[in-house]
Design a protein around this ligand. Structure first.
Ligand SMILES: O=C(O)C1=C[C@@H](OP(=O)(O)O)[C@@H](O)[C@H](O)C1
Ligand SMILES: C=C(OP(=O)(O)O)C(=O)O
Length: 405
């Protein structure tokens, strides 16, 4: 349990905060490196726990592998170990991981010859995997639950003899993450061709590639939210406006929170120009990881909102829609959710009644709560959850004057 207190630093200097490296980018390269160690050379990796967990899993000599709360790592490792002939691997994680579905991926891998057994509940980890040479060719998979299943297939496609022709059988969620996988595969020299609902991945890397890394745009959402709520200008270091991450959409969406971003000497300078009077209207189907920071910031600005495309939030580190609803209600807001949408009414004065906010074992919930401290001291139950994607988050926030005690 920690109290968050904000005292604006004296002097006019604009604080400089740094984002971590993207775990999503790193996790893709780690799978390719494990398949093609002679062609991919490790470089600087993201410091996120989820990347460390995947790296250790891929390097492990043990047959039992704990993937903790790292969902992408679980999905990618399932595909990787299915395609590793001779390996027998037991993959497990936190209790929450055992509630996060994996059936569409398992079904698709089985259709390619994989042998995977459910060791707990049917359709969920833990899994026991008997590695095989996977057949290449056509594979069918629904795309409306998680894009990670499709990225997992794309990443192991080059380990099959002729590659994979992946057919998506339903509407796609989180499409920019599939685009990120395409970009990484192409950077590695592998061919990806897409038309309509089909993705054809074939070929092998030819040269040697040093793993590129990028600053994490999803993490930057917490900084935009800070400026939006506190009005404090900050400089964000470590980002590039030429990114393969879909969440670089923040460059446009910062304005939705009245924040203007400007590139100065390669850094992203954020200034709040105004608090928009109108309700927030956004569709977040392509950008699920931005949802909590953007929604909490707009609510803390006293605005109402209607945000759609939140379909996948229920099966992430926590049921994130439920977590948002609980926080908004605790602060005196009125909110309803239907399916993948969340509506809330403008609330002028928030009710900080001394209650402790839960972080729901979810890094993004902890980071989305931080800007509330610009309005009032708050207490959160577990600040350590940020390690999943951004271990130095609180250290960076100290620079704006936010302290934990
Ligand atoms: O491929 C990836 O790196 C990710 C895909 C997204 O998941 P879904 O496709 O399940 O929405 C995202 O939420 C997650 O944090 C990272
Ligand atoms: C959903 C996330 O990660 P994962 O699915 O990899 O656990 C996230 O980082 O917000």
């Amino acid at each position: 349990m920690k109290s968050l207190t904000y005292i604006q630093p004296e002097g006019g200097a604009i604080p400089e905060l740094e984002v971590p490296l993207s775990k999503s980018v790193a996790n893709r390269w780690l799978i390719l490196e494990a398949i093609f160690p002679k062609h991919i050379v490790k470089k600087q990796l993201s410091e996120a726990a989820d990347t460390r967990i995947l790296r250790e899993a891929l390097e492990s000599e043990s047959t039992d592998i704990d993937l903790g709360a790292a969902g992408t790592a679980m999905r990618f490792a399932t595909a990787f170990f299915s395609a590793k002939p001779g390996a027998v691997t037991y993959l497990y994680g936190t209790d929450r991981m055992h509630e996060r579905p994996i059936q569409p991926l398992v079904k698709a891998l089985r259709s390619l010859g994989a042998e995977i057994r459910y060791e707990g509940k049917e359709g969920f980890p833990p899994l026991r995997i008997y590695g095989r040479h996977l057949r290449g060719g056509e594979v069918y998979i629904p795309a409306d639950m998680s894009s990670q299943f499709i990225s997992a297939l794309m990443l192991v496609a080059p380990a099959t003899q002729d590659g994979l022709l992946i057919n998506r059988t339903s509407k796609t969620v989180s499409q920019p993450y599939i685009d990120m996988t395409t970009a990484v595969l192409q950077q590695a020299g592998i061919t990806v061709e897409e038309d309509d609902n089909r993705i054809h991945v074939h070929g092998k890397p030819s040269g040697v590639v040093e793993m590129p890394s990028e600053g994490d745009w999803s993490a930057a959402a917490a900084f935009v939210a800070w400026t939006a709520v506190s009005g404090q200008s900050i400089t964000v270091k470590g980002l590039s406006n030429e990114s393969i991450q879909g969440d670089a959409m923040l460059i446009e969406w910062a304005e939705e929170l009245g924040v203007e971003g400007e590139w100065v000497d390669g850094n992203w300078l954020l200034n709040r120009t105004h608090i928009p009077e109108e309700d927030l209207h956004l569709d977040l189907l392509d950008h699920p990881d931005l949802a909590q920071s953007i929604i909490m910031a707009a609510f803390a600005q006293g605005r109402g909102g209607k945000v759609t495309g939140l379909n996948t939030l229920r099966i992430k580190e926590t049921d994130r829609i439920n977590a948002l609803v609980e926080c908004i209600r605790m602060l005196g807001g009125e909110t309803t959710d239907t399916g993948g949408a969340l509506y809330w009414s403008p609330t002028e004065s928030l009710n900080f009644n001394g209650a402790t906010f839960k972080t729901y074992e979810d890094h993004r919930m902890a980071m989305a709560l931080a800007p509330l401290a610009a309005l009032h001291d708050i207490t959160i139950d577990d600040e350590t959850v940020v390690v999943k994607s951004f271990p130095k988050f609180w250290e960076e926030m100290k620079k704006v004057g936010l302290t934990l005690s």
